[in-house]
Design a protein around this ligand. Structure first.
Ligand SMILES: [Zn+2]
Length: 141
């Protein structure tokens, strides 16, 4: 039974009892019943508002996923253009991940950093700069 129905039932009972509203107890009970009635009505309003908001939120969520798919499509197009530009401007190096044998492509900036992360397995590959170190050592000796 809904709270509103319960309150209505209680009101009926109170009327059936013939509550003496002039007695202290009768007045107290009448006030309590009124308060319960108000609470039940407000609860119903809140529930209605909430279900309205849920509908709105669903609509917003649907719109948002439309926008997302639109943006990702755009992003994909731009990425392709960027890749072409990079190919023209910078030299691309290639190595093979020793962990998963994925071919990894990288540019000079990553070569300068000395390491690259495998996009397939996440293995961190460090480039051997031993040649340069050896040369330096030779000079010292
Ligand atoms: Zn790998």
């Amino acid at each position: 039974m809904e709270i509103l129905e319960k309150v209505a039932y209680m009101k009926g009972l109170a009327e059936g009892l013939g509550l003496d509203t002039k007695s202290k107890e009768g007045r107290l009970l009448t006030v309590m019943i009124d308060i319960l009635d108000d609470i039940a009505l407000e609860l119903q309003d809140i529930r209605e508002d909430q279900s309205e908001m849920e509908e709105c939120l669903d609509a917003v969520s649907d719109d948002l996923s439309d926008v997302e798919s639109y943006i990702y499509e755009m992003d994909g197009e731009y990425e392709d253009e960027d890749d072409e530009d990079e190919d023209e401007d910078e030299e691309v190096y290639e190595t093979t991940c020793p962990n998963c044998e994925e071919e990894i492509f990288f540019d000079e900036t990553i070569l300068a950093d000395g390491c690259v992360e495998c996009p397939n397995c996440g293995e961190k590959l460090e480039f051997d700069l031993d040649d340069e170190v050896e040369e330096e050592n030779d000079e010292e000796e």
